[in-house]
Structure formats: C-alpha cells, structure tokens
Design a protein around this ligand. Structure first.
Ligand SMILES: NC(=O)c1ccc[n+]([C@@H]2O[C@H](COP(=O)([O-])OP(=O)(O)OC[C@H]3O[C@@H](n4cnc5c(N)ncnc54)[C@H](OP(=O)(O)O)[C@@H]3O)[C@@H](O)[C@H]2O)c1
Length: 423
C-alpha cells in the first residue's frame, strides 16, 4: 500500500525508519513532503522516494495512505481534507487538529469511504484509543482520566525532590522536554486537547476543547509536594471527563484539567517523566488503566504505523464507523475533596474566620496541617476539605480572598479519591 508522509520531523522520521525496517512488505513509502524539503533529505531513504514541498504533487500520484505529522492547524487541516477528498486514508498524531476538527474530518472520511485514524494524538505510544474502541466496546464508560502531559509530570517530579518550579522548568527545557513556549503544557491546554479526543472516544461525547476549564501548575510550590506527601499523595496534572447522569439525553458532561493531589496508590500517581497514564471507568468492568510512553519519536511512530497497518489490512473495507459522538456542553462543576494552602501574616482568629467562610457554603473541614517553626509574618498552613462542589468552594474562596491576612493567594487543589480513577 503506497504511503506518503507529510512532515518529516521527529515523528515523521521515526515513522519512515520503522516502516522501512519492519513493514516494507506491506507499506511502500513513496513520498516525503516538507517545507524546504532539500535540507530534510537523509541518506537512508531508498531511491525512488519523491521528495517535495508541494502537497498537490503528492496527491496527484494518488497514494492510498497519507500520514500528517506537521502539527498545528494550518495548513494541516487543509492538507488532511484534500487527502481525504482525493480518496486516501489519513493517519495523524496531531492532537490540535483532531480536537478542533476531528468531527468534520471523520464525517468527510465516512462520506469518501476512507479512514481517518489518530492513535498517536493521545498518550503517544500508548494504544489507548484502540483499546477503548475495541477492547472495552461492550462496556458503558462513564469516566475517563489521565496524566497526559510529560512536561508537567517532569516538573512536578522534580519539585517532589525539592526543586523550585523555575528550576524544574529550566531543567525540562535543558532536556528538550519543554517547548520554547511551554504555556500550553503548564496551563493544561495541551492536556485539554487530548481530553477532548478521549471524551469523544470513551464517553461518545463531542466537546469543544476551548470550553474545558484548566488551571495552571504555576502556583504550586515545593511545600505543596511536602504536604501532599504527608497526606499520602503526590501532585499531578490530571485531566478528567465524566458523564453527569445516566440519562443519554443529558447533553452536559464534566471535563476539567487541574493540578490535583493524587493518592500514591492511584494509577494516576505512578507516572514519571514522559510517561502517560489513562484510566477509564466502565459501568460494568470497573476501572482499567493504560500506561506507557506518552511522547518521543519512536513510541509515537509505533502508534502511527499500527494505525497504518490496520488500515492496510482492511484495504477497501473501512472499519465499521462507531456511533457518532453526541455534541455536549462542558461543565466544570464537579465535586471532590480539596486541599487549600494558605500563606498568612499570623494573628489570632484566622482559622476561625476561614472556617466560618467554608461553613457559610456548607463545606466541612477535614483536617488542618501546620508545620512548626515558620516565620509568623509568612506562615503557611493547609486545610483539607470534605467533598464539595467546586462552585461552592469558589464562592467561599472569593469571600476568604477579601480577608486581609494573606501574604500570597491561597493554592486550591482537588484531591483524587483513592477508590476512584478520577476526582
Ligand atoms: N514528538 C512527540 O513526541 C509527539 C508525540 C505525540 C504526538 N506528536 C504530534 O506529532 C506531530 C509532529 O510532531 P513532531 O514532534 O514530529 O514535530 P516536528 O519535529 O516539529 O516536525 C514537524 C515537521 O513538519 C514540518 N512542517 C511544519 N509545518 C509545515 C508546513 N506548514 N509545511 C510543510 N512542512 C511543515 C516541519 O518542518 P521544519 O523542519 O521546517 O520545521 C517538520 O519537519 C505534531 O502534531 C505533534 O503534536 C508528537
């Protein structure tokens, strides 16, 4: 089956190497398309492969498979549209493209009788989409959660060792983990795009990733990791989505990305570096977890080439389309226990005032933690709160923010409950 690669960077090159080394009997690499293509030539590519920077030149030769590995929305969206219209099946690892335009492109693929697959777009080398679609097809999945951003995991792991946020971020940059502009990683927008894809696949709910509420890691300090350890937890950037009710007509789901306290024994706590984990919870099968390498050229290439092989094996007989995900609104109004760290200039009555603000919102305090020996002009203490709706907590925190003892804004983190895969 003839194959063209659009985008010859980290993943594109790893795909070419894997195809040539292992799958040359099934997949014939015919085209490499990249801007300024002359500087991309490599000596290990067989003669006869066409090198071009013109996607129309590629499509004119009618490859049956096109791999999009350029990244971004423009011109990737148009190239994928053109490829599907020309009758090629497309494989991509581009989470932004799938999260923003997946529904439209899948519909186009269905109309043209070809396939669009995107396993590499979520959790890199972890074949979680296929596992959900095939292995868990019989269940009714009600919740999906994941630690999906390697940069965040790396930074939080370093902070567990006592590094500051700034030093950990500098380390991530030095190792090539973090992008020059890591804001999508830190704010949760990168994880939100992956969560939108997981929501459509696992919950059959199509959501707009821009509507997913995200909170940044940037307020977290090493002291939060120390308090988390005392509570038997670590902190990870957790993305989760869950159905709000059993009623299929209920067209709103919860979907959020938050730095969160995660119990040490939870699968969500067991990732370091570029590893990703996804957990799904089914009404019948309970919790299932998927682990592996969430980034890197070779692991992502395995996901991409596995998609290519699956399409090649079905040549001319596209996979039966799963039910179309139902367009759903996104809510951030989940309920969870919470961790709140205050930093105050000490004076009598602070805990009583804070407790009163929580009581006014019907929020119960679970515990108060305070380490001795801190300067009273800058005194940290932590309250853990019983399960409460985030909206109620926000109202209490708005009232507490008006109080004059704060030295810096409080840090509020949800706590993943031990028995559940998500918050
Ligand atoms: N790297 C990973 O670990 C990983 C994991 C999972 C998913 N992904 C996804 O896989 C995709 C590719 O990632 P990557 O890491 O391989 O990126 P990359 O190394 O930056 O490669 C992108 C390639 O596409 C080319 N390109 C970009 N824009 C182009 C345009 N407008 N026209 C023609 N060529 C263009 C780039 O050319 P230049 O050389 O001129 O820049 C580069 O060769 C992205 O969607 C990414 O999110 C990556």
């Amino acid at each position: 089956v003839r194959l063209a690669i659009l985008g010859f960077g980290t993943v594109g090159q790893a795909v070419a190497r894997l195809v040539l080394a292992q799958h040359a009997g099934t997949l014939q690499l015919t085209h490499v398309c990249n801007r300024g293509v002359e500087r991309k030539r490599v000596p290990w590519m067989p003669d006869g492969v066409v090198w071009t920077d013109d996607v129309e030149r590629v499509l004119a030769d009618r490859p049956e498979l096109v791999v999009e590995l350029m990244g971004g929305l423009t011109p990737a969206r148009e190239h994928v549209r053109r490829a599907l219209e020309s009758g090629a099946s497309v494989v991509t690892a581009n989470k932004q493209l799938v999260a923003h335009h997946g529904a439209e492109l899948l519909e186009l693929a269905g109309r043209r009788g070809v396939e669009l697959r995107f396993e590499g777009s979520v959790a890199g080398g972890v074949p979680v989409l296929r596992a959900i679609e095939d292995g868990l097809a019989a269940d009714r999945l009600v919740r999906v959660a994941g630690v999906l951003n390697g940069t965040s995991t790396y930074i939080l792991s370093r902070m567990e060792e006592g590094e500051t946020f700034a030093d950990a971020l500098a380390g991530a940059r030095a190792l090539g983990f973090a992008e020059a502009d890591p804001s999508d990683d830190l704010t949760g927008r990168d994880a939100a795009a992956k969560l939108a894809i997981l929501s459509a696949t696992a919950l059959r709910r199509a959501i707009c990733c821009a509507d997913i509420s995200c909170r940044s890691l940037e307020a977290i300090e090493p002291i939060d990791l120390r308090y988390a350890a005392e509570l038997g937890c670590t902190i990870r950037q957790v993305a989760w989505a869950e159905l709000l009710s059993d009623d299929p007509r209920d067209d709103t789901i919860v979907a959020v990305v938050r730095p969160a306290l995660v119990p040490r024994q939870s699968p969500l706590a067991r990732v370091t570096g570029s590893q990703n984990v996804v957990t799904v919870e089914g009404e019948f099968g309970g919790e299932t977890a998927f682990f592996g390498r969430g980034a890197g050229g070779a692991p992502t290439a395995v996901a991409v080439v596995s998609d290519l092989l699956a399409i090649a094996e079905r040549r001319g007989r596209p996979r039966a389309a799963a039910s179309t995900p139902v367009a759903s609104a996104v809510s951030a109004d989940y309920s969870a226990p919470h961790y709140v760290r205050f930093t105050v200039a000490d004076r009598p009555g602070i805990i009583a005032a804070v407790a009163e603000a929580f009581a006014a919102q019907q929020i119960s305090i679970n515990a108060v933690l305070q380490h001795p020996g801190c300067p009273s002009a800058r005194l940290p203490f932590v309250m853990t709160l019983e399960r409460c709706a985030e909206a109620r907590l926000d109202a209490a925190m708005d009232a507490i923010a008006q109080m004059t003892f704060h030295v810096q804004p409080p840090v509020v983190l949800p706590m993943v409950e031990p028995s559940r895969g998500a918050v």
